[in-house]
Design a protein around this ligand. Structure first.
Ligand SMILES: Cc1cc2nc3c(=O)[nH]c(=O)nc-3n(C[C@H](O)[C@H](O)[C@H](O)COP(=O)(O)OP(=O)(O)OC[C@H]3O[C@@H](n4cnc5c(N)ncnc54)[C@H](O)[C@@H]3O)c2cc1C
Length: 413
């Protein structure tokens, strides 16, 4: 009987263990935490957005780095297979806006508990311990030595240690060290799907304010890096929210900062139409102070900030506002800019960008091209995607493939 050892009992590790055990292998998970699935239990704000119910091409489009590498894994175990799998282990699902799949109960813990039960049924052994070193003999992996001093032997080892984001859940970059030990190169890991830190105090004055239906453009040196519509929120030191998290995936690797974030507060109106709208508003309120005419245009928290940035005295009657002053206000509403000087760290990042380079991993099997019997699954690899269930789909697809192929070890010798 082939013995498969999975390092890491996160999303990809549990799926890999299921696949290996279902294919007939004796399967062991080595997990540093007391229980498997700690991060999985907090995904999707506790609801777990398990997948995005879309076609393979759409999955690849939403994978920011190395989507093509995942073609085979996505094709063999895609969103439909993911949903069939969870329903088959007794977890009813639902699909919400923009194809996002969730457990019908809205409880991420149902996914975790469902997995734990399933692994028990399959007699997958879960050992608590921290993998520290791969045991290798004649170009083949033969097991793992743990930090606790134990040697665990196996015919195949799957590294499913995750990246470095939310390290309190156990994902602390250990997989990179293990992969490096056998010659794999590591694309430098950086936090992604994370908040941006802005220079100045404007964002802190607006802290807590969320904006819907705005357009953002992230640029550097006059070049547009990312552009989209959506929702965002101001934080104590910058900006966050769905559209900002996606923008963070596109921060350049080299010389990342400063970047410029431009917010179009009125994307539905071009400059000319917006100017006409301002003229009309000012006309209807001609004897009012400038500050008292902005309520229809802006959320209340933003009014004093925009008024100050426009340089127009708050108590100027609107009929005294000059054309230049109006144009400046119009410019602010269409292009409110922030200098971005950094991103939040790994503690708050939803995923890690970078990781084990995919150039030395077979996309057909997830096996290392450098060491026989060694496989990879999930975020430990240099793959990352936008929010929307895509990152977990990567974990399921690669976990399934690594587990199935690892269990077929002997057939390939
Ligand atoms: C707050 C938050 C919310 C998220 N929400 C979503 C969502 O709704 N939808 C979505 O698609 N994605 C979401 N993600 C991303 C998704 O959770 C990850 O991409 C996914 O969990 C990666 O799975 P993984 O198995 O590769 O790694 P992980 O889930 O990080 O699991 C790695 C496991 O390996 C263990 N481990 C590490 N090193 C060792 C070692 N040396 N020895 C033994 N064990 C070790 C860790 O303890 C951990 O249990 C979210 C992420 C966060 C942080």
């Amino acid at each position: 009987m082939v013995r498969v050892l999975v390092i890491g009992g996160g999303a990809s590790g549990m799926m890999a263990a299921d696949a290996a055990a279902s294919a007939g292998a004796e399967t062991v998970i080595l997990e540093k935490n007391k229980l498997c699935g700690l991060k999985l239990g907090i995904t999707g704000k506790g609801r777990c957005n398990i997948t995005n119910d879309c076609e393979v091409q759409e999955l690849i489009k939403n994978t920011v780095r190395n989507g093509r590498f995942l073609y085979s894994a996505f094709s063999e175990f895609g969103p439909g297979d993911t949903m069939d799998y969870f329903e088959s282990i007794g977890i009813p699902l639902k699909v919400e806006r923009v194809n996002r799949g969730f457990p019908a109960s809205d409880r991420a813990m149902d996914i975790v508990l469902g997995f734990r039960n399933r692994l028990r049924e399959l007699r997958v052994k879960v050992l608590q311990g921290t993998a520290e070193e791969l045991l290798v003999s004649g170009g083949r992996v033969t097991g793992v030595r743990t930090a606790e001093g134990r040697n665990i032997h196996a015919d195949a080892v799957i590294i499913a240690c995750g990246g470095m984001s939310y390290p309190r859940t156990g994902s602390t970059g250990d997989g990179y060290k293990l992969a490096k030990q056998v010659g794999h190169s590591i694309v430098p890991p950086t936090p992604s799907l994370t908040s941006l830190i802005a220079a100045g105090n404007i964002s802190s004055r607006l802290e807590g304010l969320s904006l819907k239906n705005i357009a953002v453009t992230l640029g550097q040196g006059g070049k547009i890096i990312y552009k989209d519509f959506g929702e965002m929120v101001f934080t104590s030191n910058g900006v966050s929210g769905p559209v900002i998290l996606s923008a963070s995936s596109h921060i350049p690797d080299k010389n990342p900062f400063p970047c410029v974030l431009s917010i179009d507060l009125k994307p539905a109106l071009d400059r000319e139409t917006l100017d006409k709208r301002l003229l009309r508003d000012f006309e209807q309120n001609k004897n009012k102070y400038y500050i008292n005419t902005l309520a229809e245009l802006l959320p209340s928290k933003m009014i004093p900030v925009i008024a100050e940035l426009s340089g127009i005295p708050e108590k100027l009657p609107v009929n005294s506002i000059t054309r230049e002053q109006r144009e400046k206000l119009c410019g602010l509403l269409k292009n409110l800019t922030f200098i971005i000087k950094g991103v939040s760290g790994f503690n708050d990042a939803i995923v890690t960008r970078g990781g084990v380079s995919v150039k030395d991993i077979s996309p057909k099997t997830m096996e290392s091209k450098l060491t026989c019997g060694l496989y990879f699954a999930g975020e430990v690899m240099d793959v990352d995607a936008y929010t929307g269930g895509f990152n977990l789909q990567i974990a399921w697809s690669t976990g399934r493939k690594a587990g199935t192929c690892a269990a077929q070890q002997e057939d390939w010798q």
